[in-house]
Design a protein around this ligand. Sequence first.
Ligand code: PEP
Ligand code: CO
Length: 445
Amino acid sequence: MSQRWSPRSWRDKVVTQQPIYQDPEALDDVLARLRSLPTLVTSWEVESLKAQLAEVARGDRFVLQGGDCSESFSDCNSEVITAKLKILLQMSLILVYGCKKRVIRVGRFAGQYAKPRSLDTESRGEETLPSYRGDLINRSAFTAADRNPDPELLIEGYERAAMTLNFIRALTAGGFADLHHPDYWDLNFVSHSAQAEEYHAMVATITDSIRFLETVTGSELSDIGRADVFASHEGLLLPYEEAQTRQVPRRSGWYDLTTHFPWIGNRTRDIDGAHVEFFRGIANPIGVKIGGQITPDELVRLAEVLNPDREPGRLTLIHRFGADEIGSGLPPLIEAIKKSEQVVVWMCDPMHGNTETTPDGLKTRHFDNILRELDEAFTLHCQAGTWLGGVHFEMTGENVTECLGGARGLSPDDLKQTYKSQVDPRLNYEQALEMALLIARRMDG
Ligand code: PEP
Ligand code: CO
């Protein structure tokens, strides 16, 4: 691996999962505009997250990362963004209750617009067109014009990410995330479910405890009034990431300021590839998705390339094996990382190894398999003496029907009711809340 790094040194490597733009000059023009626009996040927010993740690496905090598989531009509106924030806040509160540690909230939002695909093209009948790769790249309708990668979408994605972040920042700064008012976070449509009752009982206990402490100490508890929420996305479309990668005054290094926490997908983590080259040089905390194909030796080499200084908080390994594979796949990786003396955050993504297709051809996941993988992840890390520092979900605050099971026992027939995802199936609001309650019970026990 060459030691010289620049935001564009990835261009000398083999790059996968990128669209082919018909008009390279139009792309260059867009990238020049993106370079001239302000960044979406700041280096001190990024460093603050890295410091918090270092505490996760030490076993002192927990991370909840979650959101859509693929955000869509049409969902950039107040209602949907509020619902995303609400479910993240509610789940994090449940996890705090369960693990008795501070929980970092990281949304898969404000830029989760580019998707890796297994095939470059999609065929329907006689017609073959480029695959849909996310709203940052092309449009999902099956016409040649819609599927043609359009560089202007990079600007549109940047703008939507900025609007999303702006709204989330305004909500959290304005008291929406205040623990004195968890009632603001209620999503009405499940107010009668068993999960909602259990959640409300938990919230009542928490608010009573806060009131009690405030009465006894005669002062307001600090930090209760606001919750930090960080943004993340898969750093897939490298020209977009490169255009917002900057040096900042009074700090060394380069920051990818499209988001706080970019991650490398399971399909683009080739140690000699362009994505690893780009990620090794940025100063952000980063994630890398790892599945059953990676060998212990390869993982140790990858971790050394991505975190040569063994900086705590820098590298999060997000494992996603599937409920049947984690038992054989994870322990050798944990042992190899322990032996290498790397410092990492371990996180479990119980979604991406558990995808199946219904007889009707809908992509889905079963609630029980998601829970089984998570449960096993807790057991395996406990046996190895490592801290499972976080969980990573595809979920939504909306009342969709994309995953099977959960308290309402959604069946394959139910999925057709409100199946909205363009890519992977998400836990709906009620399923996400139930999942958090079950993890909290497990961590409390
Ligand atoms: C994703 O997170 O949506 C994804 C594509 O995951 P993975 O890279 O783990 O397959
Ligand atoms: Co996905």
